[in-house]
Ligand binder design. Structure first.
Ligand code: SF4
Length: 180
């Protein structure tokens, strides 16, 4: 019996919409599990990758130092790394803050919020350090494939992973490729 493809997923500065879209493959998940085994992922609740996995899917871009650390470590464990969705590919919605100084964003969110008692900007040293700008993941690690969309549809995940599991170069039909 052919060895199953080892797949890991992680979420950085994203909204989990890409993971939700992946789950929209619905009952095809059972067929996928025949050819793929899920390693580290919010879907399995496994927190650390095995020594080496075949495919790593990354949702979300980089908005803080912890994202950068997580991404570098994830890349080290993945033979093939895939940027999934607009946030991973170009920063997406979180990168809309890049046009505004970080200090102004924090003041707007925490000090100017209406109805908050004793407003203050969180400064606990355990909180990950925010980056001045939100970055796409290709600025920090090598990316092998991108799955565009916000989010990519379930059919994109299905086609991409089943192509790889069958040993084919992934080919997405034009009608599946969209950027919204
Ligand atoms: Fe959410 Fe869209 Fe970003 Fe995916 S690409 S994490 S759906 S905002």
């Amino acid at each position: 019996m052919a060895e199953k493809l080892k797949v890991a997923t992680t979420s950085l500065a994203g909204c989990f919409g890409c993971h939700m879209s992946f789950l929209d493959i619905d009952e095809r998940l059972l067929a996928l599990c025949e050819v793929a085994a899920f390693d580290r992922s919010p879907l399995t609740d496994i927190k650390q990758c095995s020594e080496q996995v075949d495919i790593g899917l990354v949702e979300g871009g980089l908005c803080n130092a912890e994202n950068v650390h997580t991404l570098r470590e994830f890349r080290n464990h993945c033979k093939i790394l895939v940027a999934v969705g607009a946030c991973a590919i170009n920063g997406g919605i979180p990168a809309m803050r890049n046009h505004i100084p970080l200090e102004e964003c924090l003041e707007e969110a925490y000090l100017d919020a209406v109805g908050v008692v004793n407003p203050q900007i969180p400064s606990d040293p355990e909180l990950p350090l925010l980056l001045n700008k939100v970055h796409p993941i290709h600025e920090v690690v090598k990316v092998d494939y991108v799955l565009p969309g916000c989010p990519p549809s379930a059919d994109v995940f299905w086609k991409f992973l089943t192509d790889l599991a069958a040993g084919r170069e992934p080919q997405l039909p034009t009608e599946l490729v969209h950027y919204d």
